[in-house]
Design a protein. Structure first.
Length: 136
């Protein structure tokens, strides 16, 4: 299954904690919450078929980022923060319950960050059943 999500890649932020009336409340930065909700809505609109439960899944994802104006032209790949792993965490959370039953089913992950050539960011995802017998 190949998906293209027309949304600027956003990293998953760290959870934050605050105390309200003696209770601990955990929340994420508004950018993380906004990205999670927007990408999940885009995925739901695609009417995708969910992988069966307990199916090992291989995920290949490319995060095409908009190049900031301050970045150096000689910088061929986006090697600065945010980390690829934080982008991947957000996508795994978005896919859970819509395309995959649980993100623990992802047994292989290949992730890349690249500069978008079309002027705006997007995310390409390929999900296949992971075959442990294959050697890459």
């Amino acid at each position: 299954m190949k998906l293209t999500i027309d949304y600027e890649p956003t990293p998953k932020g760290v959870p934050r904690v605050k105390y309200v009336n003696g209770q601990v409340i955990t929340y994420y930065h508004w950018k993380t919450t906004e990205a999670l909700e927007a990408i999940r809505a885009l995925l739901k609109d695609m009417n995708l078929e969910m992988f069966p439960k307990y199916t090992p899944i291989k995920m290949t994802v490319t995060f095409w980022r908009t190049r900031p104006k301050w970045s150096l032209k000689r910088e061929k790949l986006p090697c600065r923060k945010p980390d690829t792993s934080n982008f991947t965490k957000l996508i795994e959370d978005c896919l859970t319950g819509i395309v995959i039953p649980d993100d623990a089913a992802i047994t292989t992950t290949i992730a890349k960050k690249r500069w978008a050539t079309n002027g705006h960011g997007y995310i390409e995802i390929s999900l296949t059943e992971d075959n442990a017998d294959e050697v890459n």
